[in-house]
Every structure is written in C-alpha cells, then in structure tokens.
Design a protein around this ligand. Structure first.
Ligand SMILES: [Zn+2]
Length: 74
C-alpha cells in the first residue's frame, strides 16, 4: 500500500510528534504476561491511505519513534 504524504512524513519521527489528522486511533500493542504487559505502541489506522502507523513507546522497536507497518494481530 502506498503511504500518503502525511504518513510518510511521520515515519522515523519521534513519538512525541502528534499523529496527523487522518489517523484514527486503533488501540495499542503490548506484550508480556497478564498483569505485567509492556506497552510497545499506540496503533493508528490512516483513513486516507489505509496504512497502519505505530507510535512506539520507550519499549517499542525502535523506541520512541513512528513506524509504518502491517495490520496489528489481534
Ligand atoms: Zn496515510
């Protein structure tokens, strides 16, 4: 899927940069045992290009950075 300019503009930016206006919040990703989950990203779905954007936390990979990726697994 070809990312729109707004998504491309976020990739590689610090997570402190706010999501662009066409990103819809779509939950978060976390790993680990119940009760001790480590949040790795806030997940966003672009309503323009359909790509998924991940606003990584300090525990993400790479940490504290915006990345573009596949639809998150449920
Ligand atoms: Zn987009």
């Amino acid at each position: 899927m070809q990312p729109c300019d707004a998504c491309l503009g976020l990739v590689g930016k610090p997570s402190s940069v706010p999501p662009h206006g066409d990103l819809a919040a779509s939950g978060a990703s976390a790993f680990g045992p119940p009760g001790k989950m480590t949040k790795v990203s806030n997940n966003w779905n672009c309503t323009v290009c359909g790509n998924w954007m991940y606003q990584n936390t300090a525990n993400g990979d790479p940490p504290n950075e915006w990345v573009i990726g596949e639809r998150p697994e449920k």
